[in-house]
Ligand binder design. Structure first.
Ligand code: PGA
Length: 252
């Protein structure tokens, strides 16, 4: 965390949530009180089917609503896909791109993630660009090189502190309960910051880098205190308003 970067706690609901989950969104919005809002930005990314509902449920609060993926084109013959413009039209103000589950399930390359981030900006959305090594890559000692390559290949040239958030999510830590040490996280975030500095100079100092992977209320304190960690991208623990708010309150 740093004086020049406002922390962000973002929730990624993945393929979870039906209409009755609107109550959880409302509970998060209601719990995002003035004390929290003074310290930390909150973002929830529900499935696209719940975007419009989530926007309505949170319109009395500063809670931001985002999406989990977008197509790189604005419109056209792409059955089943959603453009960044559509997500913005539904009320999203941010979109996650390049999550490791999309890189794995949908063969998304760094080049595609780059184009998706540019699509997000074209539609006025903040892009949360995800990077992270697999267990095999870490064991082979390639973690820093892999993450640096992903950041170089996935973050477009027009990045600014306002339109870009990078999320470091080690693939082996997602949904497993395994968490790297705070020192390991700080090291990788340092690598990401250095790559951003190479590309964007002084502006890199204002760009937020989140940690993601098995963040829970009881481990968030250690992680968020680590150098260059500007918040968290939370999967499983974002589905329950009480857990998500407990993670956010680590900033009070
Ligand atoms: P998790 O997911 O918190 O359930 O590990 C994090 C993510 O994939 O964004």
């Amino acid at each position: 965390m740093s004086a020049e970067r406002r922390p962000l706690v973002a929730g990624n609901w993945k393929m979870n949530g039906l209409r009755d989950s609107a109550a959880e969104i409302r509970a998060i919005a209601d719990g995002y009180d003035a004390a929290l809002a003074a310290r930390v930005d909150l973002l929830i990314c529900p499935p696209a089917t719940l975007l419009a509902t989530a926007v309505v449920e949170s319109d009395h609060s500063a809670l931001r609503i985002g999406a989990q993926d977008c197509h790189m084109k604005a419109s056209g013959a792409h059955t089943g896909d959603l453009s960044a413009e559509m997500l913005a039209d539904a009320g999203a103000t941010a979109v996650i791109v390049g999550h490791s589950e999309r890189r794995a399930d949908h063969h998304e390359s760094d080049e595609m993630v780059w184009e998706k981030a540019e699509a997000a900006w074209r539609a006025g959305l903040m892009a949360v660009v995800c990077v992270g090594e697999t267990e095999a890559q870490r064991q082979a000692g390639h973690c820093h090189a892999v993450v640096a390559r992903q950041v170089r290949g996935s973050v477009p040239d027009a990045a600014t502190p306002e339109n870009l958030v990078v999320a470091y999510e080690p693939v082996w830590a997602i949904g497993t309960g395994l968490v790297p040490t705070a020192e390991d996280v700080a090291e990788v975030h340092g690598v990401i910051r250095a790559v951003l500095k190479e590309r964007f100079g002084a502006a890199a100092q204002g760009m937020r880098i989140l940690y993601g992977g098995s963040v829970k209320p009881d481990n968030v304190g250690a992680l968020l205190g680590a150098a260059d960690v500007d918040g968290a991208l939370v999967g499983g623990a974002s589905l329950k308003s009480s857990d998500f708010l407990a993670i956010a309150r680590a900033y009070l």
